[in-house]
Design a protein around this ligand. Sequence first.
Ligand SMILES: NC(=O)c1ccc[n+]([C@@H]2O[C@H](COP(=O)([O-])OP(=O)(O)OC[C@H]3O[C@@H](n4cnc5c(N)ncnc54)[C@H](O)[C@@H]3O)[C@@H](O)[C@H]2O)c1
Length: 262
Amino acid sequence: MEKEPTMSVSLPLAGRRALVTGGASGIGAATVRALAQRGAQVVVADRDGDAAAAVAADVGGTAWAVDLLEPAALEDRRLADILSPIDILVNNAGVQSISPIQDFDPADFRRIIALMLEVPFLLVRAALPHMYARGFGRVINVSSVHGLRASAYKSAYVAAKHGLEGFSKVTALEGGPHGVTSNCVNPGYVRTPLVERQIADQAALHGIAESEVLSQVLLTESAIKRLVEPAEVGSLVAWLATDDAAMVTGASYAMDGGWSAR
Ligand SMILES: NC(=O)c1ccc[n+]([C@@H]2O[C@H](COP(=O)([O-])OP(=O)(O)OC[C@H]3O[C@@H](n4cnc5c(N)ncnc54)[C@H](O)[C@@H]3O)[C@@H](O)[C@H]2O)c1
């Protein structure tokens, strides 16, 4: 008689400790789940403390209720305490603001650059000495197709993501000799609250109905005409954290339905 196949449980991230910023919603929450499913212990960092606690409870992780734009949250000693045990740092927290450059609120521009470029720098800066000491680290930056391509009305977002791409490559060069990799993932439009919030603004700016925004604005460049699912991005991030991806560094992985093939 043939033997029943045994279930093999694969936990490639067992023993690893991860921190995901913006981990309470959308891509961040899906990434928390993907990392935890593969065995990692995860810290969910988010300004929405209740949602962070709920996601953390789901996966047996811990929550860090933090507004990453509060200078006190990023004080050197505090960051060192939180980041010293972290092997896998996922820089994911992000916001969007859409407006023509001549009308773009400078305070909004600064806030976006701070959250999506300066905060990743500060977290990586605090995490690296400990990753170097252990000879292992994974920095995974949730960039965007807008780290590789531009769209009108998104000056701050596109500038921040292009900056993040450069910062990720420098981290890769400095981290390589110490067992630390750094990569970006570059999704097209993902089915998350951040995109849902954009639909009304895009409709107003382009003078079309909200129901037309997907086909006429968001998915025009994509060869595959659907939104990316958050779990698809989470799965790519989790793979980049594994030993299988040890030779992947300084790279940018598009998951954009073919947008950047143009
Ligand atoms: N949704 C998309 O289509 C898409 C595509 C490409 C890249 N991205 C990127 O993915 C990342 C996540 O986006 P999402 O769509 O999941 O968004 P989301 O709005 O669903 O989640 C973002 C999370 O970040 C948190 N956050 C925002 N500001 C914060 C702050 N100051 N301090 C702490 N936490 C803060 C929010 O509370 C929220 O939980 C962003 O960097 C975004 O640029 C999104």
